[in-house]
Ligand binder design. Sequence first.
Ligand SMILES: NC(=O)c1ccc[n+]([C@@H]2O[C@H](COP(=O)([O-])OP(=O)(O)OC[C@H]3O[C@@H](n4cnc5c(N)ncnc54)[C@H](O)[C@@H]3O)[C@@H](O)[C@H]2O)c1
Length: 311
Amino acid sequence: MNYPNVAILGAGTIGMSWAVLFAATGRNVSVYDPSLEAQGRVITLAENASKTLAALGWNHAGDVSKLVFTNDPIDAVSGADFIQESVPEQLDIKHALYAQIETYLKADVIIGSSTSGLKLSQMQAGFKNPGRFILAHPFNTPHLIPLVELMDNNQTEPGVLQAASDFYESIGKVCVRLNKEIPGHIANRLQAAIWRETIHLAMEGVASVGDIDKAVSFGPGLRWAAMGPNTLLHLGGGEGGIRAFCEHLGGPFQSWWDDLGTPQITPEVVDALETGVNAALKNTSMTKLAQKRDALLLKYILAARECKMSL
Ligand SMILES: NC(=O)c1ccc[n+]([C@@H]2O[C@H](COP(=O)([O-])OP(=O)(O)OC[C@H]3O[C@@H](n4cnc5c(N)ncnc54)[C@H](O)[C@@H]3O)[C@@H](O)[C@H]2O)c1
């Protein structure tokens, strides 16, 4: 097994999900988080997610003996082959932690930061030698959603990003690479673009929040889960592919782009979204909603794996 010893720095929403995934694959996972509640949270998630992780094929799903907890980051990283950092999204916190651990790292360790919004170059400044440090941004929740956005730069040692990518893919992740720094990386920018227009449509009274969500999940969203928008429109262009699509429908798309909204998240917008979501969900509890989402996601991920295998 490659990277048998993994360290988790920060076990909140994202770190605990990474921790249970790494443990489910049979790795020894050392978890550092200053919060007294972290250990209980991680163990509960490991137990709750065990069926899902077993369905994904991980033999150690729910095996909490693979998880050890420490309140000392140096303890956590000493002997670690791979480190996933998911501490709060504040540069000063990340820098202080990097400075604390750097001397104790194995020479060939890889450190991936889960950051959603900080730049790789900003974070690298926390290390004397950032050669083994990369950006490795998961999409919530990491134990289920495959995507990891990766980035290195000219301060990263050659081979580190590829080794990290190979490792993540060996545990079921799908990696994409950022070639330049941009706020929100790729996936969150795309998510932001769609969400912005859903708000615009709702505030313009074009449709209810519930119907706008259905229009995504039962229409283009289903297709996007199968293939990305460019590939789909390539298919949509028939024999002529994406070029034919642009020639035939580029004009209308351009006019829709020109008409897209640019809403702000004002108190009025928040009220309208909350009212709209509550009306659509008819008091479904958060737990039930999350269970339904995760059950569907699991079925989809398994189906997508099976489909790819038969291609
Ligand atoms: N929440 C998301 O949807 C999401 C998605 C992808 C990536 N991320 C990124 O993951 C990272 C963590 O985000 P989160 O949502 O899990 O935050 P969170 O607040 O849920 O968890 C952060 C954890 O870090 C702990 N912590 C605080 N100070 C610490 C320190 N000095 N050292 C170690 N741990 C410390 C906290 O106790 C907490 O458990 C951020 O960089 C964020 O951008 C978040």
